[in-house]
Design a protein around this ligand. Structure first.
Ligand code: AFP
Length: 325
């Protein structure tokens, strides 16, 4: 019988190696409990009629809460129990959620169920999270942090039983859920250098809405790589991290219905773009916005701020940054 190292054991050694406290373990334990809870709810959701739209009644005759809201409630519950989180920013809450302003140590940014168009099919969705730490040595700079200030960022691809997490200057690691529902077997992820396996991932329907230079870049490059698109950032980015290539969600500026343009992009900076950019950097890749600015350098002005995103293998991101700047 082969037994594997658990995530918590891996993290314990990581903290000890870097002379760090155990507070972060307590936070990660809560995040993992939340993810398992969401995963369980999602897997059994179709059977119980809980993946439908909010406002409907499930097979038990109970009112159905939107799966996004359930996932949000689950995460907030577990974060609160740690006593370690100062404030949380969630995709599902307009307001910032204050948890433990005085004694908390971390800021948490998360999207508890990213990829909602997959929900009614039970197909993969993501739970994405980024974590920053209270400034213990100087003036507090609060929750509006650039991705470069995160201490960790990660994602669960639900319901596939995978956790991918990056630690600042300590790499990107993938874990799989075992039969006891523990995340085990750390494998370090580095983007492959050779383009043989590289993929491009973007919503092809939108291609003629991109600015001309981006459309031309797509025309020049699309035949060189395989194309894959799931419609859930966590799943699409999961493939890019392993196979290399680039995920992109450019600004929409040429829509036939101008009301549907999104010049600032669609994805959220703090709990989507910065999270994958952080993991990508630790795996040897890069990420930029519509101006070719590094995603991790963007100082957010609003916790729900949007951005365009180009993330993946450094050579491809550098190449497109050249036409964006
Ligand atoms: P929702 O959770 O609001 O559906 O958005 C998911 C997402 O932010 C991200 O996970 C996907 O990569 C992207 O949107 C998909 O967007 P399109 O449906 O426009 O392709």
């Amino acid at each position: 019988m082969e037994l594997e190292q658990t995530f918590m054991n891996f993290l314990l050694h990581h903290q000890e190696r870097h002379n760090r406290t155990y507070h972060f373990l307590i936070l990660m334990d809560a995040i993992i409990s939340a993810a398992k809870h969401i995963e369980h709810y999602y897997i059994t959701g179709a059977l119980k009629g809980n993946l439908g739209l909010a406002g409907k009644v499930n097979v038990q005759g109970e009112d159905v809460m939107h799966m996004d809201d359930i996932a949000h409630e689950i995460v907030i519950h577990y974060l609160r129990t740690t006593g370690r989180v100062i404030r949380a920013v969630s995709e599902e809450s307009k307001e910032i959620i204050s948890l433990n302003e005085n004694e908390g140590r971390y800021f948490m940014y998360f999207d508890p169920l990213d990829g909602s168009s997959n929900v009614s099919h039970g197909l993969p969705v993501g739970f994405l999270f980024g974590i920053a730490k209270r400034n213990l040595d100087g003036p507090e700079d609060f929750h509006l942090r650039a991705g470069k200030d995160y201490i960790a960022a990660g994602m669960f691809v639900i319901p596939t039983g995978t956790l991918t997490i990056a630690f600042r200057e300590a790499g990107t690691w993938r874990f799989h859920m075992d039969e006891t529902m523990n995340y085990v077997k750390p494998v370090r992820i580095t983007l492959p250098d050779t383009p043989v396996t590289w993929e491009l991932s973007f919503n092809a329907t939108n291609r003629y809405t991109y600015r001309k230079t981006v459309q031309d870049w797509v025309d020049r490059n699309e035949r060189k790589y395989s194309f894959r698109y799931l419609g859930a950032l966590a799943g699409d980015f999961h493939r890019i991290l392993t196979n290399g290539g680039m995920f992109m969600y450019p600004a929409i500026v040429n829509h036939t219905d101008p009301a549907k343009n999104r010049p600032e992009g669609k994805l959220r900076l703090m709990y989507e773009a910065s999270v994958v950019a952080f993991m990508c950097r630790e795996a040897g890749g890069d990420a930029v916005d519509e101006h070719g600015t590094a995603i991790l350098e963007i100082e957010p002005k609003d916790h729900h701020q949007r951005t365009a995103l180009y993330v993946g293998s450094k050579a491809l991101v550098d190449d497109i940054a050249g036409v964006l700047r």
